[in-house]
Design a binder for this molecule. Structure first.
Ligand SMILES: [Zn+2]
Length: 282
């Protein structure tokens, strides 16, 4: 599933194609993709002939500011990606949105499983949308160590699950939560409220370096290649992941075998030596 680094990498490639451009035409495929708008027809009506001001991101959502205070949201779901092509290029299977601008480029949303969606919202609709309840962005607006400590205080949920909670911090998913916990030397099942000051600082200090490496590498394209950059290239982070998907192979730090467990229904990959259950490891 595309996480913050994949969505940020997509945003960076998409912005030059959209910012300042006028949208000339919009077509939608599966009605499922427009389910988040009260009136799905609003998506086409509101975008057509409007100028795009800014391509932003909140957590795993692209938030594109369009003239007249409209916000065009794109969520890539489990398997979505954005493709920027010439308008006469052949249309891939599972293309759910096509947006032609006055610059000639066509922006397409391709999503085999259609867990993603697009929406175009007025300020009032945006305020009522779940996106407004997202926590602070893990890359742009990471809480300080003391704020993070306060948010984790008394929490009995495993730290892995808390990192995935988009209302707490927005943008982390399974891959980068595992990588952050490895870098911090924290077992994924540690209860949030059990972390001491030193551990909270290690956790805090691990978020941005992991995300920075991933963004610099244009994100992680797994073997299914569901995620690709808008220009069709693959992200190159896969080879640099320390633990995610590496169960059964040696830990890059200590050589112990990396394990996979299930935490609250999600897989978690970790090194039992570098991330001891009792804490205190490094
Ligand atoms: Zn290790």
């Amino acid at each position: 599933m595309p996480e913050l680094p994949e969505v940020e990498s997509t945003r960076r490639q998409l912005a030059p194609h959209l910012e300042g451009a006028i949208i000339r035409s919009v077509s939608l495929g599966s009605p499922r993709v427009s389910r988040r708008n009260v009136r799905p027809d609003d998506i086409v009506d509101r975008l057509t002939n409007r100028r795009v001001d800014h391509v932003g991101r909140r957590g795993k959502f692209l938030t594109i500011e369009v003239a007249d205070d409209l916000t065009w949201i794109i969520h890539l779901g489990m398997s979505g990606r954005i493709s920027v092509v010439e308008s006469d290029d052949s249309v891939a299977l599972h293309t759910h949105m096509r947006v032609l601008t006055d610059r000639g480029a066509e922006i397409r949303l391709i999503d085999t499983r259609t867990f993603g969606f697009v929406a175009v919202l007025t300020p009032d609709e945006l305020a009522a949308d779940p996106i407004s309840r997202l926590g602070r962005d893990a890359w742009l607006d990471l809480p300080s160590p003391s704020e993070l400590g306060a948010a984790l205080e008394n929490r009995i949920a495993p730290i892995k699950a808390l990192l995935l909670d988009q209302g707490l911090i927005a943008g982390l998913g399974n891959i980068y939560a595992d990588e952050i916990l490895f870098r911090a030397g924290l077992h994924p099942e540690r209860r949030g409220g059990s972390l001491n000051q030193d551990e909270i600082e290690r956790l805090h200090g691990s978020v941005r370096p992991v995300l920075e490496t991933a963004i610099t590498s244009n994100g992680t394209s797994l073997d299914d290649l569901a995620y690709l950059l808008p220009d069709g290239r693959a992200g190159e982070m896969l080879d640099q992941l320390a633990v995610y998907g590496s169960d059964g192979t040696p830990c890059p730090r200590c050589g112990s075998e990396i394990r996979r467990i299930v935490v609250r229904g999600r897989s978690a990959h970790f090194c039992p030596s570098c991330q001891p259950r009792g804490g205190g490891g490094r």
